[in-house]
Design a protein around this ligand. Structure first.
Ligand code: PMP
Length: 368
């Protein structure tokens, strides 16, 4: 076997590490923000029947335009969206990759605000798009003024905004997203690039009361894109189904870069069946929000500093040695995420029992 360094790898990939959240065999896995509740039986049965119906036809390529799925996704999102505004791929990661393939590439740049979703820089290097980090305030929030100033200063071709942000969990206000879009218009009017603005709403369904989705801003903003996923609230991370709502012209752009038949017939049948049971799928969301709020309250009682969470996870600071705490939790069978930010860890809100296991183990490790 040869060494990776001995291969003629593209310059932009040299020295990079692959995405690598540990997949360890632990009792309580709270490190990748999945929905830890199993798929409800009514949904699992519907998926089995739906896949059984298409199995005999798998000799043929699937519907390249996944029309039924786009109809169902448009119905689910509402906001006057039609199937023409919808696009889907194997996870929202693939949607983001297609967006970079279509609008990024050599000589182009994507601006984001770190710490944010760890895949953004990797997707950028994979498409040879320059990644620019606009940074955040000391408390990890992102103000409209700062975001807009970064756009005026860097004149990127794309902007990636995670709302709620991962790893911090806090959603952006619509004012910030409006300010970002307005700044891209200013730059374009001054002869700079007209940037695509992507709002990654992977965790939108877990929002705190009063948080509004960016879907409400799509009308009249042809370069605004909102990405979503069935991996989180819908408890279907194993399916690999992410999607996007945007001006139909953006879908046309992605048709230029998607692989033919990228969404398998099994994948489409699975997602279509699941979308017939949205209420059952989303049943666990309220319960997860209760556990999330319980984590925030309890961590405060422990003297730690949890961030405001609009998602199914909590980012918390105030740890002397975050990695030692991560290790101590692992020794007690609880896997959380060390996102590499000193004094901080991130934990997914699981079931009531998993949350209790985490809070109990943490109290032990901290000697509380
Ligand atoms: N965006 C964010 C902010 C995420 O945290 C994740 C998953 N960790 C994704 C996108 C990708 O999710 P998927 O590909 O499963 O849709």
């Amino acid at each position: 076997m040869t060494d990776l360094d001995a291969l003629p790898l593209r310059e932009s990939l040299k020295g990079q590490s692959p995405y690598g959240a540990p997949q360890l065999d632990v009792t309580v896995a709270l490190n990748t923000n999945e929905n830890t509740h199993p798929v409800p039986p009514i949904v699992a049965d519907a998926i089995v029947q739906s896949v059984a119906r298409v199995a005999g036809g798998l000799n043929r390529y699937p519907d390249r335009e996944f029309v039924e799925l786009r109809e169902r996704l448009a119905d689910y999102l509402g906001h006057g969206l039609t199937p023409e505004h919808l696009w889907a791929a194997n996870g929202s990661n693939e949607v983001l990759q297609q967006i970079l393939q279509a609008f990024g590439g050599p000589g182009r740049s994507v601006l984001s605000f770190l710490p944010s979703y760890s895949m953004y820089p990797l997707l950028a290097s994979g498409t040879d798009t320059e990644f620019i980090d606009g940074g955040r305030a000391a408390d990890y929030t992102l103000s409209a003024e700062h975001a807009a100033a970064c756009i005026r200063g860097h004149r990127p071709n794309l902007v990636f905004l995670a709302s709620p942000n991962n790893p911090t969990g806090t959603a952006l206000s619509l004012d910030t997203i409006r300010a970002v879009y307005d700044a891209t218009e200013e730059v374009a009017a001054a002869g700079g690039p007209a940037a695509m603005v992507v709002v990654d709403e992977a965790y939108a369904e877990f929002a705190l009361a009063g948080t509004e989705p960016a879907l409400t801003l799509l009308d009249g903003r042809p370069r605004l894109v909102v990405t979503r996923t069935m991996s989180k609230a819908f408890a279907l991370a194993g399916v690999r189904l992410g999607y996007m709502a945007a001006d139909p012209a953006v879908c046309d752009a992605l048709r230029l870069v998607r692989l033919p038949y990228h969404l398998s017939a099994v994948n489409q049948a699975t997602a279509n069946a699941a979308l017939q049971h949205v209420d059952a799928l989303l049943e666990t969301v309220e319960e997860i929000k209760v556990q999330r709020d319980r984590i925030v309250d309890t961590l405060r009682d422990y003297g730690l500093t949890p961030a405001v969470s609009d998602s199914n996870f909590v980012f918390f600071g105030g740890l002397e040695d975050a990695h030692a705490v991560w290790q101590g939790l692992l020794e007690r069978g609880v896997l959380v995420r060390d996102v590499g930010i000193p004094h901080h860890l991130r934990v997914t809100a699981g079931t009531e029992e998993e949350t209790t296991a985490f809070l109990t183990a943490l109290a032990e490790v901290l000697g509380r």
